[in-house]
Design a protein around this ligand. Structure first.
Ligand code: PGA
Length: 259
């Protein structure tokens, strides 16, 4: 039996002016009551966080940041800390997105430090893992994911795992329109679940939310959510339009309610 209702997060990346953010978040907040029990989370750029939090206040829509630094404050020009995200009204932070790893040199040990910082300040980390196309073609997908989990989640306790959301995002599927097939995604999700089970046992492992990300859209959300170990989505491009983001939630809910 499935443990978690759909968890649908929209990663806006480096998109949205304040005016665009206001329109987008307002439409999502308006739709949220009709999408219960799905959990909706929007992840705007830092500049729109306060505004998004204000507009989401009193609704069930959660707000997340796209990244944090692991120190609380100090001389770290250009960085944002976990207490700052909390202060801006966030309950989540994405950590270790593949674009951060690829373009900004983030490592698994840095990811581990950021997860600790998030947990220390009451933010739920949304931790991303995923393989490159070369790794997949060389048959190294599972090994890559295993390393990211071992290093990234190093020394996390069962209690910590109750607050961590994981996102499997194959790099070759991000922003490419080339979604993993439900079977390809489920294979990795099932591996992640088994790895968590070995480390933390059940019921902890069964309740960890594991999202899929990489060219998720309304047309593929239903079939992906039908897979046993896929608890929801981290959508990028499709989250920039309220209509497609909401439709993704509806498709996941349709699959959820059929069970
Ligand atoms: P995409 O991005 O949906 O545009 O592929 C997903 C992500 O990077 O989180």
């Amino acid at each position: 039996m499935r443990r978690n209702p759909p968890f649908i997060a929209g990663n806006w990346k480096m998109h949205a002016t304040l005016a665009e953010a206001r329109t987008l978040i307002s439409e999502i907040v308006k739709a949220a009551p009709g999408l219960s029990p799905a959990r909706l989370v929007v992840i705007p750029p830092f500049t729109a966080l306060c505004e998004a939090s204000k507009l989401a206040q009193g609704s069930s829509v959660g707000i997340g940041g796209q990244n944090i630094y692991w120190e609380d404050k100090g001389a770290f020009t250009g960085e944002i800390s976990a207490p700052m995200l909390k202060d801006a009204g966030c309950s989540y932070s994405v950590i270790g997105h593949s674009e951060r790893r690829q373009f900004f040199g983030e490592t698994d040990s840095g990811v581990n430090r950021k997860i600790r910082a998030a947990l220390r300040h009451g933010l739920s980390p949304i931790v991303c893992v995923g393989e490159s196309l070369e790794e997949r073609e060389a048959g190294k997908t599972i090994a890559r994911i295993k390393t990211q989990l071992d290093e990234g989640l190093r020394e996390m306790t069962r209690e910590d795992m109750g607050r961590i959301v994981l996102a499997y995002e194959p790099i070759w599927a991000i922003g490419t329109g080339r979604t993993a097939t439900p079977g390809q995604a489920e294979e990795v999700h099932a591996f992640i679940r088994k790895d968590l089970e070995e480390k933390y046992g059940n019921p902890t492992a069964a309740y960890v939310i594991i999202l899929y990300g990489g060219s998720v859209k309304p047309a593929n959300a239903y079939a992906l959510f039908k897979e046993k170990n896929i608890d929801g989505f981290l959508a990028g491009g499709a989250s920039l339009e309220a209509g497609s983001f909401i439709q993704i939630a509806k498709e996941a809910l349709r699959a959820y309610e059929e069970e």
